[in-house]
Design a protein around this ligand. Structure first.
Ligand code: NAP
Length: 367
């Protein structure tokens, strides 16, 4: 099969670099178009990232020699689209919310589907916020979105914030088994790579914890409600539960966000901790027959050791796409408590975006 040519907006940044390496050998998609700020535009990709490449893996030789375009120049992307060099784009832009929202809409309006990591469109009523295992049916709002905007081929689909990735699948597994959560208190310990590059100044991070990440607690409390919601009359209707209280902290870890949760069930409670572990072990939901290349074989991995999960030891589990859980035990205030981990720049960013694109291709929304 010929690989589909794709573009990356924000290709030089932390998430952009992860897209580039994860797509090096991807069986369906090939990077043929890269764009970033005017600071990088006009340089070869290898020149634009020289001295600020962050990953152990490098980029494919053909990507190093691509010319970086200005991501604000939609007409250039439209020309690449016409020439067959770019069929859709992954957006990993870090710029103002209003500018990002307008720019992503301009791409969609020019006929270029946008699979985004940015938060700008997460609250747009007809834009799906996808975690492929949890709400693949939310992609089916795309025809209504296109019709309402008058877009023929373009559309926008986004993924949620990286801080919620580690516990959304465990919560979904329990809800599917008849045990939805009613109230949650969660504390996150988020890696520095989550702030992009150069990100948080080193003197704020070394020997330190920063107990504030702008906007993150609000996102952690609200985004799950849209993901657990449903489509009604061409727009999303949010779920009412779970009510979440979040404390988000930046900690001196390179990659991997950890969350500790205390959870109260809505009504029925599982009979034992072993029952919960069995529910997590059996969790698979995705169109299984789709065999999506980026999908983890084991979406939830439970570690029995008292001192796991740990970012350095567990973040790369199953292509860094699994969530790793441990320390499940009864809670003295709510019903249960546990610790969850996911890789923020892979599962929580580029890998999650690629999995969403695979899902959208499988469902026939990307060609
Ligand atoms: P980053 O390292 O700061 O990279 C930002 C990218 O945006 C760079 O390619 C940069 O280009 C480009 N850019 C900046 N200003 C621009 C402008 N005015 N016009 C066009 N392009 C511009 O940020 P990041 O961590 O990769 O995050 C990218 C997006 O993903 C953000 O929306 C972020 O919220 C989201 N996200 C990040 C994570 C994570 O773990 N890091 C997780 C989930 C979601 P230059 O290199 O030329 O400046």
């Amino acid at each position: 099969m010929d690989r589909i040519p794709v573009g990356i907006l924000g290709a030089t940044g932390m998430v952009g670099q992860n897209y580039i390496t994860l797509l090096n050998d991807h069986p369906w998609f090939e990077v043929r178009y890269v764009a970033a700020s005017p600071r990088s535009a006009g340089k070869k990709y290898e020149e634009a990232v020289a001295g600020r490449w962050q990953l152990a893996k490098t980029y494919a030789p053909h990507v190093g020699s691509l010319m970086v375009e200005d991501a604000n120049d939609v007409s250039r992307a439209a020309a690449a689209f016409k020439k067959g060099e770019c069929s859709f784009v992954f957006s990993a832009l870090e710029m103002g919310k209003d500018e990002t929202r307008a720019l992503e809409e301009a791409y969609a309006s020019a006929g270029i589907p946008v699979i985004s990591n940015a938060s700008a469109h997460r609250w747009t009523s007809d834009v799906p916020v996808l975690i492929a295992e949890i709400n693949p049916e939310h992609a089916d709002i795309i025809p209504a979105q296109k019709k309402a905007r008058g877009w023929d081929r373009g559309f926008i689909a986004v993924k949620p914030n990286c801080s919620i990735q580690s516990y959304m699948k465990p919560l979904h597994a329990l809800a599917q088994a008849g045990y939805p959560a009613q109230r949650i208190i969660v504390t996150t310990m988020q890696a520095v790579s989550g702030a992009g590059y150069p990100g948080v100044p080193s003197l704020d991070m070394l020997d330190n914890i920063v107990p504030y990440i702008g906007g993150e607690e609000e996102k952690s409390e609200k985004e799950p409600l849209k993901i657990f919601g449903c489509i009604e009359n061409g727009a999303f209707k949010n779920a009412e539960f779970p009510k979440i209280s979040a404390h988000c902290n930046r900690v001196p870890v390179t990659d991997g966000h950890v969350a500790t949760l205390s959870l109260e069930f809505a009504a029925k409670k599982p009979g034992s901790m072993e029952e919960i572990k069995a529910i997590w072990a059996a969790y698979k939901r995705l169109p299984q027959e789709a065999d999506l290349p980026m999908a983890p074989k084991h979406p939830i991995i439970y570690r029995e050791e008292d001192n796991r999960p740990q970012p350095r030891k567990d973040r790369d589990a199953d292509k860094a796409m699994a969530v790793v859980i441990g320390r499940l035990r009864p809670c003295n205030v709510f019903d249960i408590r546990f610790t969850a981990l996911s890789h923020n720049t892979v599962r929580g960013a580029a890998g999650g975006g690629i999995l969403n694109a695979e899902l959208l291709k499988y469902k026939g929304y990307l060609a």
